[in-house]
Design a protein. Sequence first.
Length: 335
Amino acid sequence: MLSAVCIGETMAMLTPVQAVPLDLATELHFGIGGAESNVAMGLAAMGLDTHWISRVGHDGFGTRILHDLQDHGVGISGVEVDAGRPTGLYVKVPAQDSDPDGGSSVLYYRQGSAASAMGRETLANTAVSSLLENASLIHLSGITAALSPECLSLLEAILTEPRNGRTISFDVNWREALWAGQDRAVLKRLANLADVVLVGKDEAEHAFGTTDESELRRLMPDPEVLVIKNEAISAISLNRSGSREEVPALSVAVVEPVGAGDSFAAGYLSGVLFGLGQKESLRRGHVAAACTLTVHGDRGPLPDAEQLAAILDSSDDVWAAIHVEDGQFNTGTGA
Ligand SMILES: Nc1ncnc2c1ncn2[C@@H]1O[C@H](COP(=O)(O)OP(=O)(O)OP(=O)(O)O)[C@@H](O)[C@H]1O
Ligand SMILES: O=C(O)C(=O)C[C@H](O)[C@H](O)CO
């Protein structure tokens, strides 16, 4: 059976209930957020046997994270509970009207968290090693590399193990606040050890100093596939063999962009795992991202299986006419 394993930190997430600056908030909504566990939930929603490897504190935040993941069908046998360190926390402040780029801002309280203490020795945990050994896909991200030197060495250990038929994907997931004063060159090194690399054009500038497609491929020659996402425009996959596929993004009435990259990763990687071609996999990425873009929060529900299949199989003309709003996919053609 195909199985996927995602590794990384998930935090408790607090966000003002009303769209007001944090100091004026009277109520905070309590949820959870973590890029790699978002991917895990997305892969589980696509019908894959999916597991999450991480560490949480022995506290209510950690317990909530474990329950939420289980509720979404993600296996948690590879999660350690650390009695000596807390679960990480972040606060997401919604976009303000005065905000020129309309983005929400994030405050992290994750230094010294349970997950940031993961390291090479995590691989000695028998549940963890057996999940990794049996995985068809292992998904990692650049966020983990920035959490601590121990977390970085965990990624290096996983990426340099013999593959034995496994695929390792690496989402660059640039997070500005985590890289201040750290050497971002490690991201290029890690990416070149992976089989599939995903990066947003906006992130590429920060992480690699360029958004140019050929230059990015020159900097990352080793992965079998490099996927470059360009928000509302398109996503491009560049194969090591030289082939290139570009699929336009869907037209979406965006409510909030957070989590779209994770949903894209889940959709795209589900295609890779099911053995589909690049065009089909990129389309799956766009569809999953569109579902998330039309909701508040890190993940939106997918269309039912029948509609999903119809959208994914649509002609290029129908694809170009699709508009997504409130989680509804409309083609205007009745298709
Ligand atoms: N305005 C938009 N309209 C339509 N689709 C979009 C839009 N913005 C993002 N997407 C979808 O979300 C995917 C990921 O977006 P983006 O290029 O921002 O990646 P990212 O920077 O990795 O995301 P994240 O900030 O979540 O990590 C895109 O490939 C596309 O499918
Ligand atoms: O920013 C991070 O480190 C997170 O993992 C929190 C969010 O869930 C993430 O930004 C969405 O991708």
